[in-house]
Design a binder for this molecule. Structure first.
Ligand code: HEM
Length: 308
């Protein structure tokens, strides 16, 4: 596979890696049960195999749901659903914050400084969520970066009617969330980054909140919404509180706007990515490294990297 399709080989490699870890977790769990040992508390995010342990220790799950080749799929889903989504949202947020330093960054920094007086400050996520401008920046980024895939739903037993169309039970129907996020009747000038939409001064705030669908809605909406929010709040507050960055050779049309659908949106094939550099040191920082940091967060090592 490495020769025919190196990219697919990496995906297969991730599956193998997760299977190996799941197998190890299952073995350790079985041994601990045999020895009547108590394994470390699974809710500790620094604990190895924390997610696997949570599943293995869950009393409501039948044994076949705890097989290593079953729980390894949960790990792959978490990595796939939780990695690229948050990474690309963060990438876009960094672009929009730095693209308008005067209005967006300066206000953000002022707000974050009020909570993080010095490098020892560790505000809670609840405190960060109370910051109106940071919240507005995150919501506006989520709106513009809403994923591109068509999300399918099937009503197995119900006939559905939409205007003149009748859809018999069992018919798969789908739409993209972007049709809502970028609807000019709900969000005027939808491609413009305007965090002000999300402030109480907007008389249409209620409508905006109602149509913020980046995590979808209903019974199949994103289960990682709270983790994603935590990552976005912590990383953006930490990144812009102390470090001075500027965009480097980054063009919105080429490097930011989506032109391709890979479930999450992708930029054009000629994109160089959002690149930033430290203003003081002059050293270039490729945003890819920050995405790498984000992948660690997606693996729940959030506190190790939260304040850079
Ligand atoms: C900004 C970040 C994220 C965005 C925009 C996002 C968006 C979404 C959306 C729109 C769906 C619904 C798909 C559908 O309706 O069929 C979804 C599902 C899902 N998300 Fe997220 N997500 C994010 C982060 C995360 C994180 C951090 C995790 C976990 C680590 C995660 C795990 C999942 C899972 C497991 C599902 C499938 C739920 C199901 O089918 O019941 N997501 N996500």
């Amino acid at each position: 596979m490495r020769v025919v399709s190196p990219d697919m080989a990496r995906v297969a490699g991730m599956h193998h890696d997760m299977e190996a870890q799941a197998l190890q977790a299952v073995k350790e769990h079985a041994q601990a049960e045999k020895d009547s040992l108590e394994l470390p508390f699974h809710r500790n995010p620094r604990e190895k195999y924390a997610v696997f342990r949570a599943l293995l220790q869950h009393e409501g799950l039948p044994p076949h749901e705890k097989a290593y080749n079953r729980i390894s799929h949960e790990a792959v889903t978490l990595m796939a659903a939780g990695g690229e989504t948050t990474a690309s949202t963060l990438m876009m947020a960094v672009y929009f914050i730095l693209a308008d330093k005067k209005n967006v960054l300066s206000r953000l920094r002022q707000e974050v400084e009020s909570l993080m007086a010095n490098k020892a400050s560790r505000p809670s996520i609840a405190d960060l969520e109370c910051l109106p401008w940071l919240t507005a920046v995150i919501k506006e980024t989520l709106r513009i970066s809403t994923l591109t895939a068509r999300l399918t739903r099937v009503a197995p037993e119900e006939t559905l009617q939409y205007k003149d169309w009748v859809m018999p039970a069992g018919t798969p129907i789908s739409m993209t969330l972007r049709e809502i996020s970028l609807d000019p009747e709900i969000f005027p000038s939808p491609m413009e980054f305007r965090p002000e939409r999300w402030l109480p001064s907007n008389p249409n705030l209620e409508q905006c909140n109602r149509y913020l669908v980046a995590f979808s809605r209903g019974s199949r909406m994103c289960i990682g919404i709270n983790l994603a929010h935590a990552e976005l709040y912590i990383v953006l507050a930490a990144l812009f509180r102390y470090k001075e960055f500027e965009l480097f050779d980054t063009a919105r049309e080429r490097d930011v706007d989506f032109t391709r659908d890979f479930f999450v949106g992708e930029t054009s094939a000629s994109a160089k990515g959002v690149r930033i550099r430290g203003v003081m040191g002059g050293a270039y920082v490729n945003w890819g490294e920050v995405i790498h940091v984000n992948y660690h967060i997606a693996r729940l090592e959030v506190f190790q990297v939260s304040f850079l």
